[in-house]
Design a protein around this ligand. Structure first.
Ligand SMILES: N[C@@H](CCC(=O)N[C@@H](CS)C(=O)NCC(=O)O)C(=O)O
Length: 198
């Protein structure tokens, strides 16, 4: 059975749990105790030398990094439903996987890390950068329902959690109605599951 090394409050782990649920893939969650540093000790480091969750194990296949795991699961269990075959569309979806791991991780997710887990940051700078990122995404969504392909893909699942959790980082989505409507659409998907804060 598919095994996900998981931390409940992690948006990166959540995006994987969400896709597993949307795909209806039976799986086992293995809670990793980040507070005690379990992820920095040998048994876990053998799975991911970078010492981070999520990690997915499916038989002989071990994948770290939430975006990479979404790619694997989408193709392995969803055909082309969540990840298109076409080169141009694949490129378009991939640009959002990259946006999730840099622009979103370094802004809205970092603000949340500060308020929920005490990370030391320049609050004013992160807030300003967060709103720049949110504005760009809101404008992109002004003319479309989904980030790419006119349907939900892993682009949406990769970007959605930390944006949906913006309030945890004391960021308001009030000025971004297209984002708010997009979050509502994601929450309507059959098989949707939430997490604390969503
Ligand atoms: N790029 C990775 C980032 C993973 C990541 O930042 N994981 C966090 C939890 S959300 C973690 O394990 N933090 C503990 C640490 O880095 O020590 C991904 O998308 O999975």
């Amino acid at each position: 059975m598919v095994k996900l090394y998981d931390f409940l409050l992690s948006g990166n782990c959540y995006k994987v749990r969400l896709l597993l649920s949307l795909l209806g893939v039976e799986h086992e969650l293995v809670a990793v105790d980040l507070k005690s540093g379990e992820h920095k000790k040998p048994p876990f480091l053998a799975l991911n030398a970078f010492g981070q969750v999520p990690v997915l194990v499916d038989g002989d296949v071990v994948i770290r990094d939430s975006q990479a795991i979404l790619v694997y699961l989408a193709r392995r269990y969803g055909g082309s439903d969540w990840l298109p075959e076409d080169a141009a569309l694949l490129g378009k979806v991939s640009q959002w996987l990259s946006t999730a791991s840099k622009e979103i991780a370094n802004t809205v997710a970092t603000a949340r890390l500060h308020y929920l887990f005490g990370a030391s940051i320049d609050v004013a700078a992160i807030e300003k950068q967060s709103y720049t990122v949110l504005k760009a995404i809101d404008e992109h969504l002004a003319t479309r329902q989904w980030l790419e392909c006119d349907r939900p893909t892993i682009a949406d699942l990769a970007c959605f959690p930390y944006i949906g959790l913006a309030a945890d980082g004391k960021l308001s989505l009030d000025a971004y109605p297209n984002i708010v409507a997009w979050i509502d659409r994601i929450k309507q998907l059959p098989g949707y599951v939430g997490m604390p804060g969503l």
